[in-house]
Design a protein around this ligand. Structure first.
Ligand SMILES: [Zn+2]
Ligand SMILES: [Zn+2]
Length: 137
C-alpha cells in the first residue's frame, strides 16, 4: 500500500496522502510537547503536493523556532487536534501528526530529535536513532 489517510478527533477535518512518508521523527522539543500535549510529537514528513485536505479547514498558528525559522502548526478549530506542521526551513514538506493517522502500520518513526529536551521518563524504542538537537543536513 502506498499512502495513508486520517482525520481529527471530531471528524470535521479529513485528509489523504498519496505517497509514503519521506521521514518519520519523534520530536522531543518543548514546542512539540506543548502543542501536542504529549510526551513527544511523532511527525510523518510528506511531500506537500501529496497531501490533500479532503474535508474541513484547519486553523493555523505560527511561531519562531530557536533556529529562527517560522513554524506553523495546523489544527482543527472545533476539537483542537494538532494535524499538520510546516517550517520555513523545509519548503515543500509538511509534517503530519502520527496521532491523526488511521493506517496505523504506516507509523514507524526511526529517529528521535531534540532528545536533550526529552522528559526524564521517556522510553526510547529499541533501534531508533537519537540526536540531542536537530541533525544537520
Ligand atoms: Zn476536529
Ligand atoms: Zn519539536
Amino acid at each position: 500500500m502506498t499512502g495513508f489517510q486520517g482525520g481529527c478527533l471530531c471528524g470535521d477535518i479529513r485528509y489523504e496522502v498519496s505517497s509514503d512518508p519521506v521521514l518519520q521523527v519523534n520530536c522531543h522539543c518543548d514546542d512539540c510537547r506543548k502543542a501536542t500535549g504529549a510526551q513527544f510529537a511523532t511527525n510523518l514528513f510528506v511531500n506537500e503536493d501529496d497531501l490533500t485536505i479532503t474535508q474541513g479547514e484547519p486553523k493555523s498558528f505560527s511561531h519562531t523556532s530557536d533556529s529562527g525559522n517560522t513554524l506553523t502548526k495546523m489544527f482543527c478549530p472545533n476539537c483542537g487536534s494538532q494535524m499538520f506542521g510546516h517550517g520555513s526551513g523545509r519548503p515543500g514538506v509538511k509534517g503530519v501528526k502520527a496521532g491523526t493517522v488511521e493506517n496505523k502500520e504506516v507509523v514507524q518513526p526511526g529517529v528521535n530529535i531534540y532528545t536533550s529536551s526529552a522528559l526524564p521518563c521517556t522510553v526510547f524504542a529499541e533501534g531508533t536513532a537519537k540526536h540531542e538537537k536537530m541533525p544537520s543536513g
